[in-house]
Ligand binder design. Structure first.
Ligand code: AHR
Length: 500
């Protein structure tokens, strides 16, 4: 197979927001407890934060972190998580049938976020929570001392306001599974009232309204249209959620549709286009001059470990998905979608960051990096500046779900001030290598600075505590740059990054 890719530094899609490299930490399973925070681990620091986990999270370079849920937030009383730890109540967390000890709460999360150097993104409870609770939380987190909740924050050890800027107005309120689920109009009205109070409390905040929980919802995309139209003036971002999978894995070979799975970015691109169209429609309908951007604040592969019953345990082992090579290739394409749609997608958070459908998996004495850790980290470290509108001339193949799809998925970035560029390539072919020629049409890069590749023969190969490095990205020899052109050989089932 052969392909040609043309790049021009002034043919751009839009500025890449660094906030597309975000994570999500929910109070569920072993994400917070036994993941991030585990005072009983020999690897914990004096605050109970796992130092090995923190180091791996730093590698990923998360720029924003959504917290504390997820479905959990729709039953969460934030006041439970403040004050002396010994006095914090234990509660049943109904969303995941687990026991919440509240040993980790707002202050512990802010310490964690600061230590990571990541922007916090807080979800308020619009399930059982009132609009007053939401405004009180903004007061507690952000206001200078001199009011009831800001003084309480100071009494709990934090005098300065935290300045939390990004606020999600609830979580997946379209889902019948959500505590306090509402229909679109009722949710929009509650979100507007919450946003009003929250912004009156702190006019500097940005709000994010709930879009549909996934594209399979009967109410998609009418939910999105209704919420956008009704809440338009009160929101800055609109959320998208989606989880991808290759669900017939383990079935007879003919029923497994890996070709379609490996073409998942077709679905991701269409998903963005649909919600972006709803945004444009709402903007026109409201005769508005402001913009609302997309915040894809839950995305990942998730289809195997779906049982969410924690049987009332603390830190139950739920949603502990083990990722393989093909999942990593899908994650790489998803990040590619964020680049291709850089003009509208301005925040994205992989769900989640530790143990629960996550790039890293822990046990008390150690951790390993899952396959999806690598594309996430490579994109997050190297994609910056503008996303380029790349011209791709590649062979195609027929897929059951999406019809004819190119075998090559390519995205690229270029940061004019530094001159740094990066190209991200996925060869979707399960059996054939592809020789790709990259051609920089206007300015040739001065030099190539790095090349990494992930590939393997077995799409199901995965890492584990026993074999932590079965599937990783490895540096490869730098190809020769000749007159603004480079030729690369992409193995089947591979993800390659080239930086200049
Ligand atoms: O990330 C796991 C769960 O998936 C979240 O709690 C919820 O918002 C979604 O359904």
């Amino acid at each position: 197979l052969t392909a040609r890719v043309s790049l021009h530094t002034r043919r751009t899609v839009g500025a890449i927001s660094p906030l597309i490299f975000g994570g999500f930490a929910e109070h569920m399973g072993r994400c917070i407890y036994e993941g991030i925070y585990d005072p009983a681990s020999p690897l914990a620091d004096e605050r109970g934060l796992r130092s090995d986990v923190m180091a791996a999270l730093r590698e990923t370079n998360y720029r924003i972190m959504r917290y504390p849920g997820g479905n959990f937030v729709s039953g969460y009383r934030w006041q439970d998580g403040i004050g002396p730890k010994a006095e914090r109540p234990r509660r049943r967390a109904l969303a995941w049938r687990s026991t919440e000890t509240n040993q980790f709460g707002p202050h512990e999360f802010m310490d964690f976020a600061r230590e990571l150097g990541t922007e916090p993104m807080w979800a308020v409870n619009l399930g059982t929570g009132s609009i007053q609770d939401a405004a009180d939380l903004v007061e507690y987190m952000n206001l200078p001392t001199g009011t009831h909740y800001s003084d309480l924050r100071a009494a709990n050890g934090q005098r300065e306001g935290y300045g939390v800027k990004y606020w999600c107005l609830g979580n997946e309120m379209d889902g019948p599974w959500q505590i306090g689920h509402l229909d679109a109009a009722a949710y929009a009205d509650k979100a507007v009232e919450a946003a009003k109070l929250m912004r009156w409390t702190d006019p500097g905040i940005k709000t994010i309204a709930c879009g549909s929980s996934n594209t399979a919802m009967d109410t998609f995309p009418s939910w999105d249209r209704t919420v956008l139209e009704r809440a338009w003036e009160h929101i800055d971002y609109f959320s998208m959620h989606y989880y991808a999978g290759n669900p017939n894995m383990g079935e007879p070979k003919e029923q497994v549709d890996t070709d379609s799975y490996l073409a998942s970015s077709v679905h991701f691109d269409e998903h963005v286009d649909t919600v972006a169209a709803a945004i444009r429609l709402a903007k026109a309908q409201r005769r508005s001059r402001k913009d609302v951007y997309l915040c894809w604040d839950e995305w990942n592969v998730w289809y195997r470990a779906t049982g969410g019953d924690g049987e009332w345990a603390e830190a139950p082992h739920i949603l502990e998905e083990v990722y393989n090579l093909e999942d990593a290739l899908v994650v790489a394409q998803w990040l590619g979608t964020f680049l291709r749609k850089a003009d509208v997608v301005k925040i994205a958070c992989i769900a989640q960051i530790v143990n629960v459908i996550a790039p890293i998996m822990t046990r008390r004495d150690g951790m390993f990096r899952q396959t999806i850790f690598y594309p996430l980290t490579l994109f997050s470290r190297h994609a910056a500046g503008d996303s380029l509108d790349v011209l791709v001339d590649a062979p195609t193949h027929e897929t059951r779900k999406f019809g004819e799809v190119p075998l090559l998925d390519v995205t690229a970035s270029f940061d004019a001030p530094s001159g740094d560029g990066a190209v991200f390539l996925v060869n979707r072919s399960q059996g054939q290598a592809m020789q790709v020629t990259l051609n920089w049409e206007d300015v040739s890069p001065g030099s190539l600075t790095g090349a990494w590749q992930m590939s393997g023969r077995d799409p199901r190969a995965a890492n584990s505590f026993e074999v932590p490095d079965a599937v990783t990205s490895r540096p490869i020899a730098l190809p020769v740059l000749d007159g603004g052109k480079v030729t690369l050989l992409l193995p089947p089932l591979s993800f390659t990054v080239l930086t200049s």
